[in-house]
Every structure is written in structure tokens, then in C-alpha cells.
Design a protein around this ligand. Structure first.
Ligand SMILES: O=C(O)CCC(=O)C(=O)O
Length: 255
């Protein structure tokens, strides 16, 4: 069931590793993002299907995506979580077309990232409807206490090669974060989360943005992922340390 967006709770975020959803975007803003998403992948929203378009770092080149990534509803909550000095470092669109058989395995984000120290808050923003039927985001509250071993999944349906081992996951505690357009959930770098297949005709269109603080250094040279996906943008406050000047990004200009 989709809950009405409530206020962000820092207490819940700290105790359970996540909070939300809140109603962060207006329905017009969500609709605009939804439309631009399909425009960018060159598909009609009414006849959409699989795409081979890359889904990361659109905020490096599209002003509308940068504006979504730095929406005041996101920045205000990030300031509550991380403090006044905020660095936006990643954005990824999570699209599941109708009847997409891929699932996102249970995982902790910090397992994949080159951050030292590992400090991150993610905003996961639903542009359309995210429902159990189309594979909404799922979290297991309270699993952010430490890092858990990740191992190969061994299932062609998994969107990631590795995830948390089944014996370390208590799925009975999982929560479906069903969301209406414009709703946002916030979670930290250690909470165990994932999502099921889209078994419905409803596309699932969402994006996540990742924020950190200037005290974090990206060990970009050691990272085996696509190095172009990580750029640091100072969104509020100051960066006195300048650890990541070599990968600083420039916000795109509106055309
Ligand atoms: O969208 C999903 O189903 C998974 C999202 C996710 O893993 C993330 O934002 O870290």
C-alpha cells in the first residue's frame, strides 16, 4: 500500500537505516522527470521496453537531471543527515520496463564504493508509481550495523553479480517501500536493500542520488568501476579539504 508522504525522521534514519517516503517532488515535477526520462532513452512512455541506454551520471550533462538531483527537498534532508557541507557524487536511474525479469539482489551499497571513510546518504526518488507488482524498492530495517559478506549470486536474473548471502538475510523483516510519483525514501550506505522483478505492465521509473561530506576521499584509482561516473559537486556549504578536486564536476547549463 502506498503511504501518504510523511516528514523525514532523523531518529528513524539513525535507528533503522532509512526513513520515508516523504512527498518530496510535486506531481508536476515528477511528471516532468518521467517525461524527460523516456525522451532521453528515446522511447514512448506508452510503448516502453528494454533499453541499452546507460543509466548513470545524467546530471553531468542534463541540466534537468542536475536540478532533480539537487532538489530542495533532497538537499534539506541531506543537511539534516550529513550537516551543512554537502557533496553530490553520483546519480543513477533505476528503470524496470514492463515484465522485466531482472531483480536487484539484497546488498549493502558500501560494498561497491571507493569511499574513505564510508559516509553516504542516498535519496531514492520515484518518478512514476513504484509498487510491489512492478518491483518497488525493499529495505530490511536495522541491518546497517556493520558490513556483511557479499558473494556471487549465481542467478542470471540478478542485476548484480554479487549480493548478501541468503543465509545472512531475514526476508521476513523486509519492507516494501511502495511510492507514488514524487515520493522519496532516504537510506544509508549499509542498510540491506534490493528489489524484485517487474511482473506487471507498469514501468518502474526512479533514480537515486548519493551525497557525502568533504571529509570523504574517493579512492578512484583503486576502483574497478567506471571512473567517469563519479564526479563531486559541492551543493551546499564549503569544502575546505578539497580531497577530490581531481574529480570535481561542473553543473551542466540549461540549453
Ligand atoms: O532501485 C532498486 O531497486 C535498487 C536501488 C539501489 O540499490 C540503490 O539505489 O542503491
Amino acid at each position: 500500500m502506498i503511504a501518504a508522504g510523511t516528514a523525514f525522521s532523523l531518529k528513524q534514519y539513525e535507528e533503522e537505516g532509512y526513513s520515508g517516503p516523504i512527498q518530496g517532488l510535486t506531481s508536476e515535477e515528477a511528471e516532468d522527470g518521467y517525461r524527460r526520462f523516456f525522451e532521453t532513452i528515446g522511447q514512448s512512455r506508452h510503448a516502453c521496453g528494454p533499453t541499452s541506454s546507460p543509466m548513470s551520471a545524467w546530471h553531468h550533462r542534463h541540466a534537468w537531471a542536475y536540478e532533480l538531483a539537487t532538489h530542495p527537498s533532497i538537499v534539506t534532508v541531506m543537511q539534516d543527515i550529513l550537516g551543512p557541507d554537502l557533496i553530490l557524487w553520483a546519480m543513477h536511474f533505476w528503470y524496470k520496463e514492463p515484465f522485466n525479469d531482472k531483480f536487484i539482489p539484497w546488498h549493502q551499497d558500501i560494498h561497491y564504493w571507493p569511499m574513505d571513510p564510508p559516509i553516504n546518504a542516498t535519496a531514492w526518488v520515484s518518478l512514476g508509481f513504484s509498487l510491489a507488482e512492478n518491483g518497488c524498492l525493499r529495505v530490511i530495517p536495522g541491518t546497517h550495523g556493520g558490513e556483511t559478506v557479499h558473494a556471487p549470486i549465481g542467478d542470471d536474473g540478478s542485476a548484480f553479480r554479487e549480493g548478501v548471502r541468503p543465509e545472512d538475510v531475514d526476508e521476513t523483516k523486509a519492507i516494501d517501500l511502495e511510492m507514488a510519483p514524487g515520493q522519496i525514501a532516504f537510506f544509508n550506505e549499509r542498510i540491506v536493500h534490493g528489489s524484485n522483478r517487474n511482473g506487471s505492465p507498469i514501468p518502474r521509473v526512479a533514480f537515486s542520488v548519493r551525497y557525502t561530506t568533504p571529509e570523504v576521499k574517493f579512492k578512484i584509482d583503486e576502483w574497478e568501476g567506471d571512473k567517469n561516473r563519479i564526479r563531486t559537486f559541492l551543493v551546499s556549504g564549503e569544502d575546505r579539504r578539497r580531497y577530490n578536486d581531481a574529480i570535481r564536476g561542473e553543473p551542466p547549463r540549461r540549453q
